[in-house]
Design a binder for this molecule. Structure first.
Ligand code: AGP
Length: 411
């Protein structure tokens, strides 16, 4: 049986059966953005009027947590020097480096793996938490497992870590609470330092995880001081977006709430941002979305593109820009409506969500924040409470004991 470990209103943790339907909390009519039967322009005007007073949205945990990232990203950089030394020793001395996580933390794991190979030239393998027991990789005292989990209680991760530990693997965990189950099972804990995250949809924990993974990659490379300077100068611009960007997000959320599905595409590390944006949108607005490599469009997905299909393209001015523009141009030729997330405008975009120009490794932080806001406003545009998505809760655990992995050698 699959259970979810849930914090109730008394702050006591208990198990809830995932098979039971959980109803989202109702949303006040005044928080719905526009009414479905009113004209799009009128809905936009309503949204912009409400949005002039951002404090109006602060009653939602998800909105507050998105806004808090201005501070939390910087706080997450604040790791103990001794811990950074130990983490880099574990990584650089390991024969094999594994990274495991679920959901949003899994997207952070993919980004972390990308950063480790791109910046510090260490290759790692990402293992989906729930797939760990079906994998056949070598686990021994010369391996290190990086476990990413906001809660530190997700059973697929806890079980993976218990198994890896039993084989002698070193464990580094990235968690909010050092006293969590995962924290206690680890040789080293790198705290996310983003404060407690209440909204079911992870936002600030994701940016904290990718900040720390980027920091470690630069630490190994000896370039972390420059990274810290870059983040400190860039971050103040990324949460309080300019008003043009804000209205592009509102307009896109109004387009989205009338759609059954949409795509997010990117190349390189932007492909991972695309997956995370798709997950966030699905979670809180129930709109089906898929994140994929822009280069994969022509290998099948293009068949589903028709007049007006919404396609979000994450294409900052890094080394992926030219290829991505060419990928989305094909899709536009088949009728897709292109919304570009980039620091530069391009004629192929029907709408442009602008982000600040920055050094390449900061684009995953810069691009995801407007997309988290897009998910939030799309939920409101559908009159759905973004803080309590149906059928989901904050911590997922199962009562099943993980079956020990069957290795080819029979162990
Ligand atoms: C994130 O928005 C989701 N609620 C979910 O995917 C979550 O990231 C996943 O369940 C893993 O949780 P964890 O980070 O606490 O381990």
């Amino acid at each position: 049986m699959v259970n979810i470990l849930q914090e109730n209103t008394d702050g006591i943790r208990g198990h809830v059966n995932l098979n039971a339907k959980t109803s989202p909390q109702a949303i006040n009519e005044g928080d719905c953005i526009g009414h479905s039967n009113c004209h799009a322009e009128k809905r936009l005007e309503q949204l912009q009027n409400v949005a002039k007073n951002e404090a109006h949205f602060s009653k939602f945990n998800m909105f507050r947590e998105i806004q808090e990232q201005q501070e939390t990203i910087e706080l997450s950089l604040n790791q103990q020097p001794a811990d950074l030394i130990k983490a880099s020793e574990f990584i650089t001395n390991a024969d094999n480096i594994y990274i495991s996580a679920c959901g949003t933390s899994l997207n952070a794991a993919y980004l972390g793996s990308h950063m480790l190979s791109h910046i510090s030239k260490y290759d790692s393998k990402v293992m989906i938490g729930s797939e760990f027991k079906y994998s056949y990789e070598r686990l021994d005292p010369n391996c290190v497992l990086l476990a990413l989990s906001q809660s530190g209680e997700t059973s697929d991760i806890v079980n993976s870590v218990r198994h890896a530990r039993s084989e002698g693997c070193k464990i580094i965990s990235f968690v909010t609470n050092q006293n969590s189950t995962l924290g206690k099972l680890s040789d080293l804990v790198l705290p996310l330092r983003c404060g407690e995250e209440l909204a079911v949809a992870a936002t600030k924990s994701y940016t904290a995880q990718i900040t720390i993974m980027t920091l470690i990659s630069h630490y190994i490379n000896g370039t972390h001081q420059q990274l810290i300077r870059d983040i400190k100068t860039t971050i103040p611009n990324i949460v309080s977006l300019c008003s043009n960007t804000q209205s592009a997000i509102y307009e896109a959320s109004l387009l989205l709430c009338q759609q059954k599905a949409c795509y997010f595409v990117g190349r390189g590390c932007n492909r991972i941002t695309a997956s995370e944006a798709a997950l966030k949108l699905k979670e809180v607005s129930y709109i089906h979305s898929e994140g994929l490599s822009a280069g994969e469009l022509i290998h099948g997905t293009l068949a589903t593109i028709e007049e007006g299909t919404l396609l979000f393209s994450i294409c900052p001015s890094d080394d992926t820009f030219g290829d991505t523009i060419s990928d989305i141009s094909y899709a536009k030729g088949k009728g897709a409506y292109i919304i570009g997330i980039s620091d530069v405008e391009h004629q192929v975009f029907d709408k442009w969500i602008s982000i600040p120009k920055a050094s390449e490794c900061l684009y995953p932080l810069l691009s995801i924040i407007p997309l988290q806001k897009l998910a939030f406003f799309s939920a409101l545009a559908k009159c759905v409470n973004p803080d309590s998505p149906r059928n989901l809760t904050k911590i997922v655990s199962t009562s099943q004991e993980t079956t020990k992995r069957q290795h080819s050698n029979g162990i």
